[in-house]
Ligand binder design. Sequence first.
Ligand code: FES
Length: 95
Amino acid sequence: MMEDLRIQSVLRGEKITIRVNGQPVVAYEGESVHAALLAAGHRVFRQSRNGAGARGIFCGMGVCYECLVTINGVPNRRACMCPVEDGMEVVIHGQ
Ligand code: FES
């Protein structure tokens, strides 16, 4: 398991678990999928369709579509716009 990169002094919601590419990842209620993935050390979310390389979080506010992941079987969800839910299944395609 990767080191938790969150600022420890910040108050958070309840601790929950999501699964990322089949592996358990700690998240907190109120976080976006994007925040949980970054805190777990994930930086690459997908590969460019035109061979330009790895893509990951850019805007963090739903505009750039660089953070697309599959959530609970639904492809092309923006990780920065989706709140985590306990038991959520996230698939990152770019690794
Ligand atoms: S990071 Fe830009 S849409 Fe998610």
